[in-house]
Design a protein around this ligand. Structure first.
Ligand code: BTN
Length: 251
């Protein structure tokens, strides 16, 4: 039975549109508490940039961690996704020998394929946060044909990466220990980004970059303590709060 002293309630569902949406609908009920909500499947899982997140029944860990306790809402919330990426990186690395990387801002990569993602949504009350919802999706049991054709050569699962019998509860238990056990890192931005950069996907490599209004090539220099991506373009280092490292070459 999964439990953690910092979590007030764990809600297991068999099916829901999206765990993040369900948490949002129930956030008054959840106020001031830390709640974990997970589902065997999502029928309308949400990804970054308004994309959908494929979340078939029994194929992955589909969960939202709702942080409502004030102690978790005070510092460096802009680093929460990076921190969670590191937590997932460390957790997964415990179960497979393949090299796991964190891809800015919110992806978990194994050998150039995405095996997990994070969708953090912060609820603001004026200047301060009233809660934070960290949506986590980790592909566990997929074989290649379980992925939609459009992402089949971009995605992977922990099964495909070498964990013979992925166990959702075991993974979750480890993830919670890791998340709450290292939470002090959130108040140490320099340490956090140094650790994150040491596992960063494409660090010091030439990458293709895209944000809402531009795309270009540059050298990825990791993140700074504000959580921004630093990219060397020509002789200038530019810092970005949003955007993504693209797969493939620019068209
Ligand atoms: C991404 O695009 O990389 C982010 C994916 C986040 C998916 C998770 S699955 C659980 C939670 N509920 C959602 O609807 N999305 C997140």
């Amino acid at each position: 039975m999964i439990s953690h002293p910092e979590i007030d309630e764990i809600i297991f569902l068999s099916s829901i549109d999206s765990t993040n949406l369900e948490v949002q609908r129930r956030r008054i009920e959840f106020a001031k508490r830390n709640i974990l909500l997970l589902s065997d499947e999502q029928t309308a899982g949400k990804g970054q940039h308004g994309r959908s997140w494929d979340s078939g029944v029994g194929l992955g860990l589909w969960m939202s961690l709702f942080l409502g306790k004030p102690a978790y809402l005070t510092n460096n919330l802009q680093l929460l996704s990076l921190y969670t990426g590191l937590v997932i990186h460390n957790t997964i690395s415990n179960f497979i020998s393949a090299d796991v990387k964190v891809k800015w801002p919110n992806d978990i990569m194994i050998a150039d394929r995405k095996c997990g993602g994070i969708l953090t949504e912060i609820q603001w009350l004026g200047e301060s946060a009233s809660s934070a919802t960290i949506g986590i999706g980790i592909n566990l049991n997929h074989i290649l044909t379980d992925f939609p054709a459009s992402i089949r050569n971009l995605a992977t699962s922990l099964l495909l990466a070498g964990w013979p019998k992925p166990d959702r509860d075991q993974l979750l238990d480890h993830l919670l220990q890791e998340f709450f056990g290292n939470i002090r890192l959130l108040s140490q931005p320099e340490n956090l980004v140094e650790t994150w950069n040491s596992s960063a996907y494409k660090l010091n490599e030439i990458i293709q970059w895209q944000n809402s209004d531009q795309q270009f090539e540059g050298r990825f220099l990791g993140v700074n303590p504000e959580g921004e991506a630093q990219i060397l373009i020509g002789n200038t280092i530019r810092c970005f709060q949003s955007g993504e490292i693209r797969f493939g070459r620019l068209s």
